[in-house]
Design a protein around this ligand. Structure first.
Ligand code: HEM
Length: 431
């Protein structure tokens, strides 16, 4: 390790080139990678191996002897990590081995497809309400704040049993937590506030449980003493943050990508059955976890012919694996008819693979189908290259998506007119 000249290595994480949000790694950065498994310089000091091929990323993420715990010395830290604290003990994305599987197992039933199907009508209603509110207010609109964020935060609130009235508070706090520019004090304050919100809710649910995830975990595990309240707080924070931020970013970027490719939007409008394949291709093409997944090797392993030694950091570079020509020919092209699209690694792979993927898929599918149907002439209000994105965000996303559309009054008595009226009434009710 001592013979590595860290200053000479390519700086990581890479940024998308200016005005090219769909290019995860620009040519100059790609040109500096001298092999499929190669060293990069980390933002907070030191270096790590970057693994870029699809087969190697899969092999890496299922290898035993890797840690996801950012508090272990030598871990390749990509984002500011708050000081270790008890209230994050249940954030199982950072746990290894049996500690991880014990908590993950408690949550798996909640995210099974048949449970997600149960909340699809609520997602549908939330999507329709948000679109009709946008339509009623008239163009232009910011699709992120008027559509992507309300849809995903309303859904996660419903699933967890968090009152929607709190959504601005947790959106603000999770933006701070998921921002590489945030300092430790800011992150701590945001985590403290989220913890306080969840603690109050959990106490109330002990007395009066509802039909929601936090109530079920409280009754089934906290009350019998199998799960600490601190652990449940960590689980709640992880789900609140992971559950709306990534999906909101995916919705915003998907809409921008489809506005750039109106033929795919028209095809979806004509045949909503195309939505599942389109969603998979968008997950691959956009890969919002752009900086990939960091791990620490606890034992020597060999990946793609390269020996990685115990104590070295390694990053599974999802966006490059998702454009590996060996699996996705012409991978820089958005192609909803692509064979093997289900091989994509946008949700990770192995023991930490995203637990929320059935929910994310349902939200994306419903959001895109309804948007194509209800706002058929939607277009970007600025040139696509000028749409602002969040350069410091941990998951890649747009800061805003200015959109516009032609206004046509809904014929009186039509379904749409009635829904617009309902949406207005619903909005008034929520105030
Ligand atoms: C399009 C949306 C989403 C994307 C692209 C995404 C991506 C990912 C990825 C790449 C991982 C693996 C992390 C690792 O291996 O270190 C992950 C894990 C996780 N995701 Fe998602 N996610 C999405 C939506 C969601 C939603 C909606 C939820 C919850 C409601 C969620 C909850 C989680 C949790 C709890 C983990 C940790 C799993 C574990 O460590 O066992 N995600 N996600």
């Amino acid at each position: 390790m001592s013979d590595v000249d860290v200053a000479e290595l390519p700086a990581f994480p890479f940024l998308s080139p200016r005005a090219q949000p769909f290019v995860p790694v620009g040519e100059p950065d790609l040109a500096r990678l001298d092999g499929p498994v190669t060293r990069v310089r980390l933002p907070f000091g030191g270096w790590a191996w970057l693994v870029t091929r699809h087969a190697d990323v899969r092999a890496l993420l299922r290898a035993p002897g890797l840690s996801s715990n950012p508090y272990r010395p030598g871990f390749p830290v990509l984002n500011p990590i708050p000081p270790e604290q008890e209230s994050a003990a249940g954030a199982f994305i950072y746990l290894d081995g049996v500690e991880h599987s014990r908590l993950r197992k408690m949550l798996l039933p909640e995210f099974m497809l048949r449970n997600i199907r149960r909340i699809e009508p609520l997602i549908e209603q939330t999507v329709v309400d948000a679109l009709e509110r946008m339509r009623a207010a008239g163009p232009p609109a910011d699709l992120i704040s008027s559509f992507a964020l309300p849809v995903t935060s309303m859904t996660i609130c419903h699933l967890l049993g968090v009152p929607y009235a709190e959504h601005e508070r947790f959106q603000r706090q999770s933006l701070a937590i998921m921002d590489r520019a945030s300092g430790p004090a800011e992150i701590n304050a945001a985590l403290g506030d989220l913890g306080a919100l969840l603690f109050e809710l959990i106490q109330a649910k002990r007395v009066e449980p509802g039909d929601d995830l936090l109530s079920r975990l409280t009754v089934d595990y906290v009350v019998p003493g199998e799960l600490g309240v601190e652990e449940l707080l960590g689980i709640g924070m992880l789900l609140l943050i992971a559950g709306h931020e990534t999906t909101a970013n995916m919705i915003g970027l998907s809409v921008l990508a489809l506005l750039e490719h109106p033929e795919h939007l028209a095809a979806l409008r004509d045949d909503p059955e195309r939505a599942p394949d389109l969603v998979e291709e968008l997950l691959r093409y956009l890969t919002v976890v752009r900086a990939g997944l960091p791990r620490l090797a606890l034992e020597d392993i060999e990946i793609g012919g390269q020996r990685i030694r115990a104590g070295e950091g390694v990053v599974a570079m999802l966006p490059l694996a998702n454009r590996d020509p060996a699996v996705f020919p012409d991978g820089d092209r958005l192609d909803p008819g692509r064979a093997d699209v289900h091989q994509h690694l946008a949700f990770g792979f192995g023991v930490h693979q995203c637990i929320g993927q059935p929910l994310a898929r349902a939200e994306l599918r419903i959001a895109l189908v309804e948007l194509a149907r209800r706002l058929p002439d939607l277009r970007c209000a600025v040139p696509a290259g000028e749409v602002p994105w969040r350069p410091n965000a941990v998951t890649f996303g747009l800061a805003e998506l200015p959109v516009t559309w032609a206004t046509r009054p809904a014929p009186p008595g039509s379904d749409d007119a009635a829904r617009a009226g309902d949406a207005g009434a619903d909005r008034a009710g929520r105030r």
